[in-house]
Design a binder for this molecule. Structure first.
Ligand SMILES: [Zn+2]
Length: 249
């Protein structure tokens, strides 16, 4: 690290759990995040400010006026731009150390198969089950830790699924693809503005912890927030031996 970086990251370096070694790990880390909306905004801003070396942002959507109530990485001036590109500009304005790569394509199996192996860690900031399952399949296949978050109305949840650990369930162990869950489209549902900020910020914290081996990750634990009463609950998650995705691994 140069003098400028020692200053920029001094509040991380002062933490015993991170220090210079941990900060250097962050600067060498490669993170893939899928979704640059409500959850993706705080994730990108915190990973960017914290100095994660390379951030790949996948989102095929464009910024519109209804996004600005909660998707804090975007601005009025960037309405109509790709969200992935808008996030790159937001991070660039904070930290020139971070290489942010926008990918403006849909996150399908082929794209994930190409991007997941290059990442140290994957963060799911999407809003639909089909993409969540595609991301999970790629993470299990390439043995990459997955930080998963979801937020709708006043309810949020976060969990870490880590295929490197034999005990860890995968997303499909908990939410099997065969379950015909009714797709709740973000476009027709309300979302309390700071809820995505709270959940996305927890995702960013878990990602940074995993990247520099700090504390106990949320692996195998589903953290659930009821924003109405501001109550948090935690559920232990078990691996499903007959899971269609990770059962054979
Ligand atoms: Zn599984």
């Amino acid at each position: 690290m140069n003098d400028e970086q020692l200053l920029r990251y001094s509040r991380h370096i002062l933490l015993d759990e991170i220090g210079i070694e941990g900060q250097e790990k962050l600067l060498c880390s490669r993170v893939l995040m899928v979704g640059a909306g409500g959850l993706g905004s705080p994730v990108a801003l915190y990973l960017g400010s914290a100095g994660v070396g390379r951030l790949t942002v996948v989102d095929h959507d464009r910024v519109d006026a209804t996004n600005l109530q909660r998707q804090i990485a975007h601005t009025l001036a960037r309405i109509g731009e790709f969200k992935a590109v808008s996030v790159v500009q937001a991070v660039a304005a904070i930290n020139p150390d971070v290489t942010v790569i926008p990918v403006t394509e849909r996150a399908d199996d082929a794209l994930l198969d190409q991007l997941v192996p290059e990442a140290d860690l994957v963060i799911d900031c999407t809003d639909n089950f089909a993409t969540r399952h595609a991301i999970n399949r790629a993470c299990v296949k390439h043995r990459k830790p997955l930080v998963s978050g979801a937020a709708i109305r006043f309810d949020g949840q976060v969990a870490v699924y880590d295929p490197r650990s034999a005990q860890s369930p995968c997303y499909a162990c908990v939410f099997p693809e065969s379950d015909l869950l009714e797709e709740t489209r973000c476009a027709s549902m309300g979302v309390f503005a700071p809820l995505v900020g709270i959940i996305g910020t927890v995702q960013a914290a878990e990602a940074l912890k995993l990247l520099c081996n700090v504390g106990q990750p949320l692996t195998g634990r589903l953290l659930m927030l009821d924003g109405r009463g501001m109550t948090w609950n935690e559920m232990k998650l078990a691996r499903n031996p007959s899971c269609a995705v990770c059962g054979g691994h």
